[in-house]
Ligand binder design. Structure first.
Ligand code: NAP
Length: 289
């Protein structure tokens, strides 16, 4: 039986860990707050007392935590997973981290005889729980082949961009463009409101017309209705991804004024309500100045 250690049981990680149980893996789980593991333990997962404890004898360790700081803590911190992994085991980073961090972790973990791949994901928490994510992978081709059996339960699609770090490059571009689209949608909705348009008609037009990207479809009716229930992606996470993406852009294409404007908009949204839905951007842009 394949042995997985799964670290980080938030909105995404909880569903992903469950996929390994459904697929018949032996699953050890750890999360900073233990209560989030309860339903997985009832389904047959084993509680580990630390990432290090989870990683003992694991064929692969998969992490799905918030950001660079959390990732470093669970891999290399006190009781981190890397301390006790067997040589040649897979270290699969699914969290959205910065490009610099992905490269640093690859160097650190490889020096300990481990195989590191960066594997950020696209898809909402429902897709995570259903094994319908898209994985954006950076890895040597041979390492990806070794990892495939451990990636299959999570996804319907694996996109391999090249060496370690390249999956993260694409993920950051993807989420930066998402920040631009949502911030722009919020301004469009706010302008339409000021102009006195029928907002149900506006929402329908935007979500079916030429600008109807999945982000516009997902957020237009909710912004018009000021419905921010069931946050699946928070202002803090969107800001983090935009900040990592702009930091990457600074090394490659320093201008990016549109991206910087979206980052500034998400700085405000995060300051106002970090754990609320990213679509609350509409309240930021329509607030009287
Ligand atoms: P979440 O629900 O906020 O979960 C964050 C996880 O990180 C929790 O398990 C949390 O532990 C853990 N964590 C945070 N800081 C930590 C630290 N210092 N040490 C150890 N653990 C720490 O976030 P999520 O939505 O699942 O997102 C997880 C990752 O997936 C992020 O990188 C995000 O950008 C990415 N992502 C999210 C989505 C989405 O739609 N939500 C989609 C694609 C990718 P506690 O439970 O103890 O707080």
């Amino acid at each position: 039986m394949k042995r997985i250690a799964f670290i980080g049981l938030g909105r995404m990680g909880h569903g992903m860990a469950g996929r390994y149980l459904d697929a018949g893996f032996s699953v050890a789980v750890w999360n900073r707050s233990k209560a989030k593991a309860d339903s997985l333990l009832a389904r047959g997962a084993t509680w580990a007392t630390s990432p290090e404890d989870a990683a003992i004898d694991a064929d692969a360790v998969v992490t799905m935590v918030a950001d660079d700081e959390a990732s470093r803590a669970v891999w290399l911190g006190k009781d981190g997973a890397a301390a006790n992994m067997k040589a040649g085991a897979l270290a699969i980073e699914c969290s959205t981290v910065s490009y610099r961090h992905a490269l640093d972790m690859a160097r650190e973990l490889r020096s300990r005889g481990l195989i590191y791949i960066d594997c950020p994901v696209t898809g909402l928490p429902e897709a995570a729980a259903a094994g319908k994510l898209t994985l954006l992978v950076g890895a040597d081709a041979a390492d990806l082949e070794k990892a495939r059996p451990f990636l299959a339960p999570l996804c319907t699609s694996i996109r391999h961009f090249g060496a370690v770090g390249t999956g993260t490059v694409l993920k950051l571009i993807n989420n930066l463009m998402g920040a631009v689209q949502i911030a722009s949608l919020a301004e469009g909705v706010a302008i339409a409101e000021q102009a006195g348009l029928d907002m149900n008609l506006v929402a329908e037009a935007l979500s079916t017309g030429a600008v109807a990207s999945p982000q516009v479809i997902r957020h237009s009716k909710r912004m018009v209705a000021r419905d921010f229930s069931g946050a699946s992606f928070t202002a803090a996470l969107r800001h983090k991804d935009a900040a990592y993406a702009v930091a990457l852009a600074e090394t490659l294409l320093p201008g990016v004024p549109v991206s910087r404007a979206a980052l500034a908009a998400y700085e405000k949204a995060k300051a106002a309500a970090p754990d609320d839905d990213e679509g609350k951007m509409i309240e930021i842009v329509s607030r009287p100045k």
